[in-house]
Design a protein around this ligand. Structure first.
Ligand SMILES: *Cc1c(COP(=O)(O)O)cnc(C)c1O
Length: 392
């Protein structure tokens, strides 16, 4: 056997496509909201795999259910069904509180891809989407994402998409016509840096879509599954959409996506219209059932709200934070200067994983199980992190 003398980052660079740039760390282990790197250094994970690790790392209930399901029945193909798949669909519809149908896939992009195809079955093709929105990287999901840098290298993308400024109900009303198949919105824009729409915007979107016979589609891939202190971020608006897409937090780290279509929209996709080999796999659906169960048992909806409030209030005390955004444990911080990469780097050095989605914004999306001790530690370190990043 030969021993590899290259470092892990060197081996990464030599063997993985350079789609993400060099990794910030090579991680080896996690427990709760903590992770350890290859050198044994410990970090508080305030990003949670980008809003994925809802139960933190290595939650015993998730480990148990995935292991148990894998040792019972791991995969069957969609010629067959499994009980966890059916139970998860029922449970999601129960949480939404409306009749409908679910399609399972393996990622956010795939959940959106299925929804996008579903909207074509209305007989219309036009989709209205918000600027700055992020809906994923497959060709279909990318067609619904406005960011020029992501789109340009891959054009032409599937067409008939109109982008409108997020939060502007008048612009939405002008863009949606009797030819519009769907209006797609994030109830709270995640990748854009945690943008909340003005009061009444989602209700206006519902009214506009209904008036034109278009489907209202909420992308809850980042905001869903307790992240904002509610099962879905849209519930606060009192609006019921026709389509909901989920992924990230749903599997607690096991890849899963879900496309939920309510009412008649649930019957738009017919046999042969869409498919997947892995989607709805027993292990992934068992994992998601456990995530939902633990959120209820450990009262993590409430915890997301109270811990989120404490973090926001504590971080805002420093005057170099000019605005605090978001709800629950999806938090955006506006900085007084374009220094978010330096702030994220300084935090990492101090043992805290945070994220910089835009040049002047920090995003936090920690595990919902984040402890008070970790919150205190981060709040105590925050001023020094900003100092270190050179913020005046
Ligand atoms: C992450 C994300 C996606 C894409 O999910 P992937 O699993 O990366 O394909 C789509 N929409 C939103 C709002 C997201 O945050």
């Amino acid at each position: 056997m030969t021993t590899n003398t290259a470092s892990w980052p060197e081996r990464y660079a030599a063997s993985l496509m350079n789609t993400f740039g060099p990794p910030k760390l090579i991680l080896t282990r996690g427990e709760g909201a903590h992770v350890w790197d290859e050198n044994g250094k410990e970090y508080v994970d305030l990003l949670g795999g980008i809003a994925v690790n809802a139960l933190g790392h290595a939650h015993p209930a998730l480990v148990e259910s995935v292991s148990q399901q894998m040792s019972t029945l791991g995969h069957v193909s969609n010629f067959f069904a499994s009980q966890p798949q059916i139970e998860l669909a029922e449970k999601l519809l129960e949480l939404v509180g409306a009749a409908g149908k679910v399609f399972f896939s393996n990622s956010g992009s795939e959940a959106n891809e299925a929804a996008f195809k579903l909207t074509r079955r209305t007989g219309r093709t036009h989709v209205v989407v918000a600027e700055e929105a992020f809906h994923g990287r497959t060709m279909g999901a990318l067609a619904l994402t406005s960011k020029e840098a992501y789109r340009a290298p891959f054009e032409p993308l599937p067409g008939n998409v109109t982008f409108v400024p997020y939060g502007d109900a008048d612009a939405l009303a002008s863009a949606v016509t009797d030819e519009t198949a769907a209006v797609l919105l994030e109830p709270l824009q995640g990748e854009a840096g945690v943008n909340a729409p003005p009061e009444g915007y989602l209700a206006a979107a519902r009214e506009i879509a209904s008036r034109r016979g278009a489907l209202l589609w909420f992308d809850e891939i980042q905001t869903g599954i307790a992240r904002t202190g509610a099962w879905f971020a849209y519930t606060e608006s009192g609006v019921t959409p026709d389509l909901i897409t989920l992924a990230k937090g749903l599997g607690g780290g096991i890849p899963i996506g879900a496309t939920i279509a309510l009412g008649a929209a649930g019957d738009l996709l017919e046999p042969g219209n869409h498919g997947t080999t892995f989607g709805g796999n027993p292990v992934a659906t068992a994992a998601a059932l456990t995530v939902l169960d633990v959120i209820e048992k450990e009262e993590l909806l409430e915890r997301a709200t109270t811990v989120g409030r404490r973090l926001r209030e504590g971080l805002a005390i420093d005057p170099r934070v000019t605005e605090v955004r978001g709800r629950g444990l999806l938090i955006g911080l506006d900085l007084a200067a374009n220094a978010s990469p330096a702030v994220a780097a300084a935090a990492l050095e101090q043992g805290f994983i945070i994220n910089n989605p835009t040049p002047n914004r920090i995003r936090l999306a920690p595990p919902l199980v984040l402890s008070d001790v970790d919150v205190d530690a981060f709040l105590a370190a925050w001023p020094a992190i900003l100092d270190k990043a050179g913020l005046p």
